[in-house]
Design a protein around this ligand. Sequence first.
Ligand SMILES: C[S@@+](CC[C@H](N)C(=O)[O-])C[C@H]1O[C@@H](n2cnc3c(N)ncnc32)[C@H](O)[C@@H]1O
Length: 322
Amino acid sequence: MKTIGETQEIVQDNLFPISYNTTMGTTLVRPAPLTTKTNISAGLGKPIVTVRKPSSIKSLSESASERIFKIGNQTIGFHQKDCLQFLAGLPSESLDVIVTDPAYSGMNNRLKLGKGRIVGKYLDKGKDAGKWFSEFEDTIENYKSFLSKCKSALKKNGHIYIMFDSFSLLSLAPIVRQYFDVKNIIVWDKVNVGMGHYYRRRHEFILFATNGNNRNIKHRAFPDIWRIKRIHQSHYPTQKPVEIFDIMLSASAKPGFTVCDPFMGSASAAVAAIKHGCNFVGADISPKSINLSAKRIEIFALDGMDLLQPNSCVPEGEKVFW
Ligand SMILES: C[S@@+](CC[C@H](N)C(=O)[O-])C[C@H]1O[C@@H](n2cnc3c(N)ncnc32)[C@H](O)[C@@H]1O
């Protein structure tokens, strides 16, 4: 065991002012009380909300393309891979829940939003210094391949949540019925309007389906409209609020379950999985995603602070239903 105080400081940036050198096989435990909390808060200029008790974290694999952590008895793995290759490599029927927010190409290829602002960023997609990530070519053939691989990896009666924009909802969502029992389309109300010429966008869709009919969600009273504010000035393009994944896992997961996100981005789904006592296995094609996610998770596990989403996205004064 090693304490943070003894580790080397290797990175100094605004987002991650402290570096956690999780040498493979070394368990890091932050000594309490946490004196650096105010520094981190000052760096971001936002108050920190502590959402989890500090814990210890052990790094089991630290290659450029694979980061695996042990947090107590939870295993959290991030893999830099194409989603199809990643899903094909998972043992069959090994996942309890899939929650995912795919990088669809359809909407961006066809729609130009906000005087080209999204399109401007979009031109450098996938490049190292680029602000936009590369996308999954969402042809019908590719999407079917994605769904069939999700189905093989998901346990019988497992649950799957797939996010859709308004374009892909019409083109791709109907295909999900060929693989899963589609139970509902949930509306994520982002509370504040975003871009869009023909009615400014304030919502996204989340399709909920099951792989068989023998497992219910936890509460029958959960509504199918979720009011959760979008993230402004995110640290990762299209970073989603952790609360979105929190709701999914409140409904569909128990401690010890294995949760998967094959388009994990900044690992918001992994943060929710940790909070729910679940294991997590995720993939993203981008090395940036894996690096940023690893740092996010290390600090979250050690200090209980989510530096990528320091504030709750639940609208003020509203009660949570999950
Ligand atoms: C919409 S973002 C996910 C955002 C994430 N939910 C979050 O909260 O940060 C989609 C992600 O899919 C990744 N991606 C694009 N094509 C991919 C592929 N073929 N396989 C795996 N990941 C891919 C992108 O790099 C991007 O990080």
